[in-house]
Design a protein around this ligand. Structure first.
Ligand SMILES: [Fe+2]
Length: 278
């Protein structure tokens, strides 16, 4: 049977590539370390498959059709379409149709009806973290797109619940593979709005604290705060999916730092596979 190999989360943002050289040296060093540390931990978890939980930044979907959830069920997905991601080392990324379809079937059995796609373009949301993590080998990637881009958005509690279903799908899959989760996006940021560039450090710190404190308080906090935080902050939904899959246990914070140059409150976290000692 398949095994759950761990859950991880990392921020993304176009300026982490486009303005990397402009980031002050101290912050650049911390960011590089945080991505690489997460990469080391992900590699140590030895996953055959990584479910990457991510929004679609209009690479595949737009206003004519934007699903709340979509699972990439192809054996192959395409690399990032953004011109400024042209140096990303992979033009295609292998998928895992068997597990992806099993996840879709499990979702249907547990009151979720995700869209499916047999060939997705994996934009910077997937590829920036994978790139900066410096993984020694690229695992198979099953994309799970969660709409945090085009309102109306799926609720915070449904994202948490989908994570629980994802965990059930992993532990009920008949093949002996290891499956990890990588949630990408958040924490606070605002793109193309009046508040563009603002980072709500207080919201980020409170959110980080609540992930380890109380699921109920975390949900209430996010339900109240997210609609008034920057639009990019909505991507915290992806962290909720990872949190649900990890059984709601708190994560270990690898680092958090607000980086004005890239206009993102950058967070990096790893959920423990084993029960936390306390
Ligand atoms: Fe994003």
């Amino acid at each position: 049977m398949a095994e759950f190999a761990g859950a991880f989360a990392a921020s993304h943002g176009p300026l982490l590539i486009r303005e990397w050289q402009a980031i002050p040296a101290g912050q650049q060093k911390r960011l590089a370390f945080a991505y690489e540390e997460l990469g080391r931990r992900l590699a140590a978890a030895n996953p055959d498959v990584v479910v990457v939980v991510v929004p679609d930044h209009w690479a595949n979907f737009a206003l004519d059709n934007y699903p709340a959830f979509c699972v990439g069920v192809g054996e192959v997905n395409e690399g990032p379409p953004e011109p400024w991601m042209k140096d990303f080392p992979y033009k295609t990324l292998p998928g895992h149709a068997g597990f992806a379809l099993h996840f879709v079937e499990q979702s249907l059995q547990h009151d979720f009806e995700p869209a499916v796609s047999h060939r997705l373009k994996l934009d910077h949301g997937v590829c920036i973290p994978l790139w900066k993590m410096n993984l020694p080998r690229l695992p198979r990637i099953v994309p799970l797109i969660v709409n945090s881009i085009e309102p109306p958005l799926p609720s915070i509690s449904r994202c948490l619940e989908l994570g629980r279903v994802l965990k059930k799908a992993i532990t009920s899959y008949e093949k002996d593979i290891r499956v990890a989760i990588l949630a990408t996006g958040g924490l606070s940021h605002s793109v193309g709005e009046k508040t563009m560039g603002e980072i709500d450090e207080e919201l980020d710190n409170q959110c980080i604290r609540l992930f380890s404190a109380s699921e109920e308080k975390l949900l209430k906090f996010l339900e109240k705060k997210l609609p008034r935080a920057g639009n990019g902050t909505e991507e915290i939904r992806n962290w909720l999916v990872a949190h649900g899959a990890a059984g709601g246990r708190g994560f270990e914070l690898v680092d958090y730092l607000p980086v004005p140059t890239v206009i993102v409150g950058c967070g990096y976290a790893a959920w423990s596979v084993a029960p936390l000692r306390n």
